[in-house]
Design a protein around this ligand. Structure first.
Ligand code: PLP
Length: 380
C-alpha cells in the first residue's frame, strides 16, 4: 500500500499507454514530413498513417478505407451524428456517453431495462411509429457498467426501417473481439487512449457506401472526410496499441476472473450490489455499491489507500453528478450515490485485484465506525 506504487483500477477513464505505443509515438516524432507532401519525407509520414489505418481497421474487422482518423472518441461521435445527411430523428440509447447525447438538440431516448440493456421492442415501436429517416446510436459497451448492447440486433431492426446505425465502440475496442461488418452498423467510434494508445486520437469507421459531411473543412485529408494535417505520432501510437490489443485479446478474459472474484468476495462480505450483473458485460468493469457510503467518500478513502477508482463517469472533469446511466436503469438515487466503478486493464495484476478487496473491506469497516459514531451522537 502507499502512494509510491498506486493500484490503478480506473482503466475505463484512460488506460496505461502500452510500451509498443510509446515506442511508435517516439519513432513517428522523429519523422519530419507532412503526409500530404510528395517528397520522400512526406511519403515516409504517409506510410506511417496508412500502415496505421490497416492496424486500426484490423482491430474491428473493417476495410482500411473505412477508417477516418479523428482527435478522439468525442470527435468521432460528433462526426458520426452530424456527418450523415440530415436525419429527421436521432434515436439514442438512454445510457449513451455525453459525447453522443449532447450532439443534437433533439434526441429521442431508447429506454433500457434494469440491467441497462436497450429495449428492442421499444426501439421497434419508435422506428415503426414514424416514417421519417432516423439515425440510431447505440454503444457496444457502457463506460460505467461495462454492459454490452445487442448491436447486431439493433442494426438489423434499424435497417429494416431504413435507419442508419452508429455504434460508440470506444469502451469495447481492445477488450473484446469486434467485427464491424458482422455487427452491420454504418458508423463506429473508437478512441486510442482507451486501448493503450495516446490521448487525443481516435477514429470513425464509416461503411463503404456512406457519404460523410465533414465537420472540419480545408485540406482534403482523410479523403475529404476530416481536414487537418494528420496527427502522425498519435496515429502511429494508436496503431501500435491496436495491434498489441488485438494480439492480447484473449488475456482480457483473465481480467474477468479477477473481476468476478472481487464481486463474489464483496458480495459475501457485505450486501454490495453490482449494476448490470444480469447482462453480458465487459470482462474488466464492475460498477458496485458500498452500502451506506457515498461514492466520493469511497474514492477519497481508496485514494488514501493507494487505489485509483472512480465515482460514476469521470469524463466530466471530476464533477460528480448522479449517474444518468444508473438512473436510466431505474436505480434509486440514494443507492446510485454509493456506486463506484472499478475497471481493470491490460497491465492489472491479480495482486491489484486482491489489494482492492482488502481496501474495500477496510473502508467499509471504517464506514461502519463512522456511521455508529454518527448514530450515537444523534441519539436522543
Ligand atoms: N464514448 C465513450 C463510451 C467513452 O467512455 C468516452 C470516454 O470516456 C468517449 C466516448 C470519449 O472519448 P475521448 O476521450 O477519446 O474523447
Amino acid at each position: 500500500m502507499g502512494m509510491e506504487n498506486p493500484v490503478y483500477l480506473d482503466h475505463n477513464a484512460t488506460t496505461a499507454v502500452r510500451p509498443e505505443a510509446r515506442d511508435a509515438v517516439a519513432l513517428a516524432l522523429a519523422v519530419t514530413g507532412n503526409p500530404s507532401s510528395v517528397h520522400g519525407s512526406g511519403r515516409t509520414a504517409r506510410r506511417l498513417v496508412e500502415d496505421a489505418r490497416d492496424a486500426v481497421a484490423a482491430l474491428v474487422g473493417a476495410e482500411p478505407a473505412c477508417v477516418v482518423f479523428t482527435s478522439g472518441g468525442t470527435e468521432a461521435n460528433d462526426l458520426a451524428l452530424r456527418g450523415v445527411a440530415k436525419r429527421a430523428r436521432n434515436l439514442c440509447s438512454a445510457v449513451e456517453h455525453d459525447s453522443v447525447l449532447s450532439v443534437m438538440d433533439a434526441i429521442v431516448e431508447i429506454p433500457v431495462d434494469g440491467d441497462g440493456v436497450v429495449d428492442l421492442d421499444a426501439l421497434e415501436a419508435l422506428l415503426a411509429g414514424e416514417d421519417t429517416p432516423a439515425l440510431v446510436s447505440v454503444m457496444l459497451a457502457n463506460n460505467e457498467t461495462g454492459v454490452l448492447q445487442p448491436v447486431a440486433e439493433v442494426a438489423a431492426l434499424a435497417h429494416e426501417h431504413g435507419a442508419l446505425v452508429h455504434c460508440d465502440a470506444v469502451q469495447a475496442a481492445g477488450k473484446m473481439a469486434i467485427d464491424f461488418r458482422a455487427l452491420g452498423c454504418d458508423l463506429m467510434s473508437l478512441s486510442a487512449h482507451k486501448i493503450g494508445g495516446p490521448p487525443g486520437v481516435g477514429a470513425l469507421v464509416v461503411a463503404d457506401d456512406l457519404a460523410l459531411i465533414p465537420l472540419l473543412r480545408g485540406g482534403g485529408q482523410e479523403r475529404g472526410r476530416r481536414a487537418g494535417t494528420e496527427n502522425v505520432p498519435g496515429i502511429a501510437g494508436f496503431a501500435a496499441a491496436a495491434r498489441a490489443a488485438l494480439e492480447s485479446l484473449s488475456d482480457f478474459a483473465r481480467l474477468g476472473r479477477w473481476r468476478d472474484r472481487i464481486e463474489d468476495r464483496l458480495g459475501q462480505h457485505a450486501s454490495s450490489r453490482v449494476f448490470g450483473f444480469g447482462a453480458p458485460r465487459l470482462a474488466n468493469t464492475s460498477c458496485l455499491t458500498m452500502p451506506g457510503v457515498e461514492a466520493e467518500t469511497q474514492v477519497i478513502q481508496f485514494d488514501l489507500a493507494g487505489i485509483a477508482v472512480s465515482a460514476g463517469a469521470a469524463c466530466s472533469s471530476g464533477k460528480v453528478e448522479p449517474s444518468r446511466v444508473l438512473a436510466a436503469m431505474g436505480v434509486d438515487a440514494n443507492e446510485a450515490a454509493t456506486a463506484i466503478r472499478v475497471s481493470l486493464g491490460w497491465n492489472t495484476t491479480e495482486d491489484d485485484a486482491d489489494k482492492f478487496v482488502e481496501a474495500w473491506i477496510q473502508v467499509h469497516g471504517q464506514a461502519d465506525v463512522h456511521a455508529q459514531a454518527y448514530a450515537g451522537a444523534h441519539a436522543a
